[in-house]
Design a protein around this ligand. Structure first.
Ligand code: ZN
Length: 393
């Protein structure tokens, strides 16, 4: 006998344990962002000097980055240089790849440029650079369903030269799409200005160029804002993406989003873009938001290898159970390789409130759910797993 019960609950309802565990696991890792590391990266970045594309200092910075990734334990085969040139100038992007457990050929790209112009560029873009390094350090041994590419672009200040090279010749070859990219999350100039109340970050959505990818960007940017609220103390302001390294990907039809400072320092591209003028706590907070969001987009496991806790049964079920389609509209199918005797399903929103419950039901009616991101908790007598779904009608 099948039984289905649906509850639509208000804000102070019961909390879904599975969803809360997932959020807590992501939060624990977001909280591993270290203010000391961020500050050290920013001052090291400043001390390298003016990193004009093609200059010796630009190359020194590339090597500094490579050494960081090596020190975190990334192997030589994971750290790849992407050389490009324009006119008489030559430089390199740096691409670090971490392979996904379920979708190894689909990528979440987190990126930011490391070249600077007319100054040491501690905000533009030492801030994004420092955050990428912290994210890569923290997530090194955390399994993610999707592959992640950490990309440090160069030539940004000369007109997105490095990112155009990557989008046009690596992600694409001619008219052929070579890389399946789930999302490009760009971080550029999030240093703020010391002394301001830097409590808000801009989440940037795509409104330009190709229009076919705008809706997906709006959804991703909304998710970025939700993650920022969950994993950092920052507030969010949704604005438009422009003039940074996500644009070449946007023009190829990929889904993009980004972080940018809310109160402008106006120090970019000048000798005043220094450590003394930025707000390192702001960079630290954006870093937490980024590490939380990156786990969300790449679908990190809830088990924590770093702390050595075990959730192996949950992981096995997670790999075995199939929930589709994702994104879903009005019907969600739950499929097990071996049908369990009994199972419970709970769907909750990103704040942990249960919005739907079902028992022993393989076809879940989701007509009552509004568009957004949800956590699906599946419990059998022996196992429990949590998967994320998107409702997009
Ligand atoms: Zn920049």
């Amino acid at each position: 006998m099948k039984k289905i019960t649906v509850f639509l609950l208000t804000s102070l309802a019961l909390q879904n344990i599975g969803a809360q565990n997932l959020i807590q696991a992501y939060k624990n890792r977001a909280d591993m962002v270290s203010q000391t590391n961020i500050t050290t990266h920013l001052t090291d970045f400043e001390n390298l000097g003016i990193k004009t594309t093609g200059s010796p200092v630009n190359t020194n910075t590339l090597n500094w980055l490579k050494n960081k990734y090596t020190s975190y334990g990334y192997t030589a085969s994971q750290i790849v240089e992407d050389p490009f040139s324009f006119g008489s100038t030559s430089s390199k992007n740096l691409v670090i790849t971490k392979t996904g457990t379920v979708y190894p050929d689909k990528y979440v790209i987190i990126c930011g440029h490391y070249d600077t112009i007319y100054g040491p560029g501690v905000s533009d873009n030492g801030s994004g650079t420092a955050i990428l390094l912290e994210a890569a350090r923290i997530l090194k041994d955390v399994p993610t369903e999707y592959s992640i590419k950490f990309i440090h672009f160069s030539g940004e200040e000369q007109g997105l030269k490095g990112s155009y090279h990557y989008a046009d010749y690596i992600a694409y070859q001619g008219n052929t799409r070579k890389l399946d990219i789930k999302l490009v999350l760009n971080i550029d100039q999030v240093g703020g200005l010391l002394g301001n109340n830097n409590n808000t970050i801009v989440c940037e959505k795509d409104i330009s160029g190709m229009s076919g990818n705008n809706a997906a960007s709006a959804t991703a940017t909304q998710e970025l804002a939700v993650c920022t609220g969950l994993y950092s103390p920052l507030q969010t302001f949704i604005s438009n993406a422009y003039s940074s390294d996500y644009i070449p990907f946007e023009e190829k039809g990929y889904t993009i989003t980004g972080f940018y400072e809310y109160i402008r320092s106006q120090n970019e591209h000048s000798p005043n873009d220094t450590f003394a003028n930025i707000d390192p706590v702001y960079v630290f907070n954006v870093g937490k938001a980024a590490v939380g969001a990156l786990q969300h987009f790449a679908v990190a496991t809830t088990s924590n290898n770093i702390l050595g806790t075990q959730e192996t049964t949950g992981q096995k079920l997670s790999e075995a159970v199939n929930i589709y389609p994702n994104p879903a509209k009005n019907l969600l199918t739950v499929e097990f390789p071996k049908k369990p005797q009994h199972f419970n399903i709970e769907i909750s929103d990103m704040t942990g409130n249960i919005v739907l419950r079902a028992e022993n039901e393989h076809k879940i009616n989701t007509t009552q759910l509004i568009n957004g991101v949800y956590m699906v908790s599946i419990k059998t007598d022996r196992n429990q797993t949590v998967k994320k779904i998107i409702i997009d009608k």
